[in-house]
Design a protein around this ligand. Structure first.
Ligand code: ZN
Length: 510
């Protein structure tokens, strides 16, 4: 291989990350994340699991057809039907990859697959050969590798490489491994498999014992050259290894690891924010690299040290990962030009139509709020531009509420030009407004998991509500933005209904 010190970053936010409980992203949201991942500079984007559902297939295909500069991978089990479907989804990519997997541990063979080791080995080899007919880049994963018999695993890997696998992934599927042991495991495989130089070894670690990143780093030290990870470490159960932590380990401790990566560090924070917003999964304040407190110094001694010389208590600069101290940039009198320039500086590439939509929204907010910060602008673009088509939009909202009266809401919705009105009571003002909306739309949602974030400080702060709304048994993430908390909540509710409606139309047309 050309450069054995190069580590490839394989992002699986859109596949393993999307398997986080309660997360469901629509096609447009997935594409938006994929675009941001290419700006971040990841090498491989795992876009989804095409056979899982028509929605998954559509998302992988759209990403494959639109993304430039990164390999686009689709996941499939080791059978012909899955592989056909995955190839159908990824074949339009600039550089497609088929990623096929089968479990190799005795516990999975016995209870899940009910197959012998010989049968699984043969199935793995046949799957790789079959995938190879379509695609030169084939990744094979030995699910539950870390709990597999090492002699059997080494033989199986030799055979799948012989069959044409170019990447072999060794996951710690259940998050059971310990760094020293996992490192030794990777090294043993590298030493035992005679044709290992024909493939790249990859690791994929889960965080059930809080060791996903530590195990990944141990893998890198022992021969792994691809690492599978997700933004903010989201994923099944306790999640996957966090991309931002792995790359900042490699950067900050370069003299120790001596590995090269191709990441645009300044995009880390924005990517984290985008994924958090679109999935509705907040980042804990003390999270390494991207948590709100990651770069704040609280103790007097630390503050004094940092003021004298930053390196006393700071091993990385917040600016490097794209954390900006929120500057006040725009206000009521800012024009289209200033608005466009600022968005460009923030890294947004909007079409004229999107820009116009965002500008109208900006003016609306600037009427109520004196100063618009970068954070406000990001929230506004997230809400407005990435929105699904708005079949329903809020025209008018009146609430009467207090300590001794029953909360009552009157709502007018604009439904493609027609204004419909309803009134209702409820347990609280938001509940009352949601009931009124239900009456108008005849779509009945149930609000779960309500979160309110203050986007910027001050009394006139913009509030962003992220709520999970259950409609027809499925969860939709709704977002609403306003200087008024109740209005933001009602907008989040309407946003979820619009997503539900949009998805229903898509399913009908496909
Ligand atoms: Zn996984």
């Amino acid at each position: 291989m050309a450069n054995s010190d190069r580590i490839y970053i394989f992002d699986t936010t859109l596949r393993d990350g999307e398997q986080s409980p309660g997360v469901s992203l629509n096609v447009d949201e997935k594409l938006e994340i994929a675009h941001q991942l290419t700006r971040l500079g990841v090498d491989i984007i795992e876009a989804g699991f095409p056979i899982a559902s028509p929605g998954d297939f559509a998302a992988v295909k759209k990403i494959a057809d639109n993304i430039k500069g990164a390999v686009v991978a689709g996941l499939c089990r080791a059978n012909f039907k899955d592989i056909d479907r995955t190839w159908e989804a990824v074949k339009g990519a600039e550089t497609p990859r088929i990623h096929t997997f089968i479990a190799t541990s005795d516990i999975h063979l016995k209870y899940k697959l009910q197959k012998s080791r010989e049968e699984v080995l043969e199935q793995a080899v046949e799957a790789v050969k079959y995938a190879k007919k379509y695609c030169s880049d084939v990744e094979f994963s030995a699910e539950d590798a870390s709990r597999s018999d090492i002699d059997y695993l080494a033989l199986l890997i030799e055979k799948v490489i012989e069959a044409g696998a170019t990447v072999v992934n060794l996951p710690d599927t259940v998050g059971y491994a310990v760094p020293d042991e996992f490192g030794l495991f990777i090294r043993t495989i590298c030493e035992r498999v005679p044709n290992i130089d024909k493939a790249i070894i990859s690791v994929h670690c889960h965080d059930d014992l809080g060791l996903a990143v530590a195990n990944t780093m141990a893998g890198i030290m022992n021969g792994a050259r691809q690492v599978e990870c997700t933004i903010n470490g989201i994923g099944e159960r306790a999640g996957n290894a966090a991309l931002e932590e792995i790359v900042m380990n490699l950067y900050t401790r370069r003299s120790f690891y001596k590995k090269d990566i191709n990441i645009n560090y300044q995009e880390i924070y924005r990517t984290s924010r985008l994924v958090s917003t679109l999935t509705g999964m907040p980042v804990q304040p003390n999270k390494a690299i991207v948590g709100q407190n990651a770069f704040s110094h609280e103790s007097g001694i630390h503050q004094d040290g940092v003021l004298k010389e930053r390196s006393t208590y700071e091993i990385m600069s917040p600016e490097l990962v794209g954390v900006k101290s929120s500057k006040l940039v725009l206000g009521k009198h800012s024009g289209r030009h200033a608005f466009r320039e600022r968005l460009k500086e923030l890294g947004y590439k909007l079409t004229e139509e999107e820009l116009e939509k965002a500008f109208v929204k900006f003016k609306d907010i600037a009427d109520k709020k004196k100063e618009i910060s970068d954070d406000d602008l990001e929230a506004l673009v997230n809400e407005q531009v990435r929105a699904v088509p708005e079949r329903f939009s809020l025209e008018y909202l009146h609430i009467s509420s207090g300590t001794s009266i029953v909360p009552t809401a009157t709502v007018k919705l604009n439904i493609e030009g027609n204004i419909l009105e309803a009134a209702s009571t409820g347990d609280g003002p938001v509940d009352a407004a949601c009931h009124a909306i239900d009456k108008i739309t005849d779509i009945y949602g149930k609000m779960h998991d309500y979160k309110l974030n203050s986007i910027s400080g001050g009394k006139d702060a913009l509030g962003e509500v992220i709520a999970k709304i259950e409609i027809d048994g499925k969860l939709y993430t709704g977002r609403g933005l306003s200087t008024d908390v109740i209005e933001a909540s009602v907008k989040a509710y309407i946003n979820a209904i619009n997503k539900y409606y949009y998805e229903k139309q898509l399913n009908r047309s496909s």
